[in-house]
Design a protein around this ligand. Structure first.
Ligand SMILES: Cc1cc2nc3c(=O)[nH]c(=O)nc-3n(C[C@H](O)[C@H](O)[C@H](O)COP(=O)(O)OP(=O)(O)OC[C@H]3O[C@@H](n4cnc5c(N)ncnc54)[C@H](O)[C@@H]3O)c2cc1C
Length: 589
């Protein structure tokens, strides 16, 4: 089994040369005291923790899985101890406000750490990820009392968080949910109902688990407008705010599933459990979106983390495994065969993986910068522009990065041939783990509908036009020797604009639904093209490159524009073909 190594060198390259972190922090409010040495030290220490503490538990966690016994859930051996060390190291609260015990660091830096955690051990990484998402929702919508009582315990990692939306008959369509909330004394509520698929809903790693539960009040309007959000802890805090009496909620079972075996996916039963309202009655879905939008970005990052692990394994294997001879004549004349990396098709697979993983990493960092501007921008105008860009690109990070990450993991498996299919080399686990990222946090189909419908058609394409203006401005100012990239980008943008117009103008009921996934992919390929443009530009300005990483970036950029970007042409054709071909009666399917 190859060892995962956090991609520190590439992260440092991106945060130094492509999205320089220090000048960026100076643009924001409240980061004057963040310095380069501290950021480097945090990244270096995060890489060490991920390589030495979390990655060694990834395969064993997969093999042994979480265990359910009489209502209790036991994490795989080693997870509990690793969680204690992880929490004590302050990793849960890295981006949390200092007022609640966090370190208050910008999202741009934190997202790089998140990738390392998810790449090292995705099943484990889900626990802090859900905790931070729950904290953000409490912070944005909870009462002062809820914030002061829960956030310090959660950001310290002593208490973990869980997100309880899904019910057996209510997945995408949360308006169908049946969980009820009855007002009780002292502003409390009694929550009754059953939730399924709740990640880390029950476990033995933290002393308490804080559930954010969606439920309906007795006077709730029908559908998704009648949903409220409640904070429901496993143990009620006592007078001192410490873990007190057990609440009436329990885990009924855990799922047997395809991947992320190390994490527990729980059925949670609420039996008149005590909870507190978060935000206003009936506005719970909007409050939950604070958590969901954060989780969607991190799910995209998860995809890149797992695909990076797969890429590392595939690249190392391709350099070692000897089979056949190079087309132009033997490379290893003294040996019986050449390493498989001599074969063009193997390099094609590795370069597809490299451009998607490294381009995807640049893209999530780019979006994280917009997220920081949205929160810490110095003017209202800057914050509003940033909000618009984050709204547009969140579904793209979630769906494009996870779809391409899954493709990349399958390529990684393919590079290993039959050895990719068996357990020993870890590639089959990456494929199984990556698969869920396309499904949870709103399926990728739903993300695409969000992009093409709410974020494009509903605003007459205004959000995408603003984004494309930014890209065009960057293209106009690009060195001449990047002409190959500029022309590929310009052609793709023209196609994307045609497709946007078609989506905005369509009068067929199903046009948006039929076009959505292809449209999201187009925006994704153009976005990664924009990232590779930025990288290619940095390298063009560098001149002579001594370091293999820099030379590799130049070649990868060329590969991206010649071999990946043309995919946008066929996507445009599919979009413009409309919805007619999808008209088929049920009985003919
Ligand atoms: C391992 C795992 C962990 C999870 N963790 C959590 C968690 O922590 N908390 C939580 O609350 N949930 C969690 N989930 C649930 C997950 O978010 C849902 O499974 C997911 O959102 C899809 O819901 P569903 O499974 O009910 O599918 P459905 O909603 O039944 O969808 C089925 C198919 O129909 C499509 N579809 C549905 N509606 C539409 C529409 N309007 N337009 C177009 N297509 C549509 C979907 O895209 C999908 O392809 C988890 C699930 C799994 C498997």
């Amino acid at each position: 089994m190859p060892d995962y190594k956090a991609p520190l060198e590439d992260i440092q390259y991106l945060l130094r040369d492509v999205f320089p972190l220090m000048p960026f922090c100076q643009e924001l409010e409240g980061f004057d005291d963040v310095d380069e040495d501290t950021c480097d030290a945090i990244l270096g220490e995060a890489a060490r923790v991920c390589d030495q503490l979390l990655a060694p538990l990834d395969a064993s966690g997969d093999a042994q899985g979480a265990r359910f016994e009489d209502g209790d859930v036991f994490s795989p051996p080693g997870f509990r101890e690793a969680y204690q060390t992880f929490a004590e190291g302050g990793w849960v609260g890295l981006g949390g406000p200092e007022a609640y015990g966090g370190m208050g660091l910008p999202k741009t830096l934190v997202s790089a750490v998140e990738e390392m955690i998810q790449g090292a051990n995705m099943a484990f990484g889900l626990a802090p990820m859900l905790t931070v998402g729950a904290c953000l929702a409490i912070q944005a919508h909870g009462s002062d009392e809820l914030k002061s009582r829960y956030l310090p315990k959660m950001y310290s990692g002593e208490w973990s968080g869980a997100m309880d939306l899904t019910e057996a008959h209510a997945g995408t369509d949360l308006g169908l949910m049946r969980t009820r909330a009855e007002p009780d004394a002292d502003g409390r509520y009694r929550i009754t109902g059953s939730k399924i698929f709740i990640t880390w809903g029950e476990h033995d790693m933290a002393e308490n688990i804080v559930h954010l539960v969606l439920a309906k009040l007795p006077d709730a309007p029908a559908g998704s407008r009648g949903i409220s959000l409640f904070l429901v802890p496993k143990f009620l805090p006592d007078e001192q705010g410490e873990k007190g009496e057990r609440n009436t909620l329990s885990c009924g079972s855990i799922e047997h599933k395809m991947g992320i075996h190390g994490s527990a996916t729980c059925v949670m039963n609420f039996d008149g459990a005590t909870g507190w309202l978060v935000g206003e009655p009936h506005k719970g879905l909007a409050c939950m979106f604070t958590m969901m939008n954060y989780e969607r970005l991190v799910v995209g990052i998860q995809g890149i983390g797992v695909a990076e692990a797969s890429y590392q394994g595939a690249r190392d294997y391709a350099l070692e495994r000897v089979q056949g001879r190079a087309a132009g004549g033997a490379r290893n004349k003294d040996a019986s065969a050449d390493p498989i990396v001599v074969h063009a098709d193997v390099r094609r697979m590795l370069l597809e993986m490299k451009t998607l993983v490294e381009g995807g990493r640049a893209f999530y960092l780019y979006v994280a910068q917009w997220l920081d501007r949205a929160r810490y921008g110095s003017t209202a105008e800057q914050r509003e522009e940033a909000e618009r860009r984050v709204a547009l690109l969140t579904p793209v990070v979630k769906a494009f990065l996870t779809d391409r990450a899954f493709d990349a993991c399958v390529l990684g498996q393919q590079v290993l041939g039959g050895h990719g299919y068996i357990r020993e080399w870890g590639q089959e686990q990456h494929v199984r783990d990556a698969r869920i990222t396309q499904i949870y946090e709103g399926t990728n189909g739903i993300q695409a509908m969000d992009l093409a419908g709410r974020k494009t058609r509903a605003c007459q394409g205004a959000l995408i036009a603003e984004y494309l203006d930014e890209i065009r401005a960057a293209l106009s100012d690009t060195p001449e020797d990047l002409g190959y990239a500029v022309s590929a980008m310009k052609a793709a943008i023209v196609q994307l604009e045609r497709c946007t117009e078609a989506i905005v103008a369509s009068d067929h009921d199903d046009f948006v639904g039929a076009a959505a996934v292809d449209y999201l992919d187009m925006v994704g390929y153009v976005s990664l093209g924009y990232m590779w443009m930025k990288v290619a530009r940095v390298e063009a300005e560098r001149g002579e490159a001594e370091v293999p990483l820099h030379r590799g970036k130049r070649r990868a950029a060329k590969f991206y524009f010649q071999k990946m970007m043309p995919l946008t042409e066929s996507l445009a054709q599919r979009i413009l073909a409309g919805a007619e071909a999808l008209e088929i009666p049920d009985e003919e399917l």
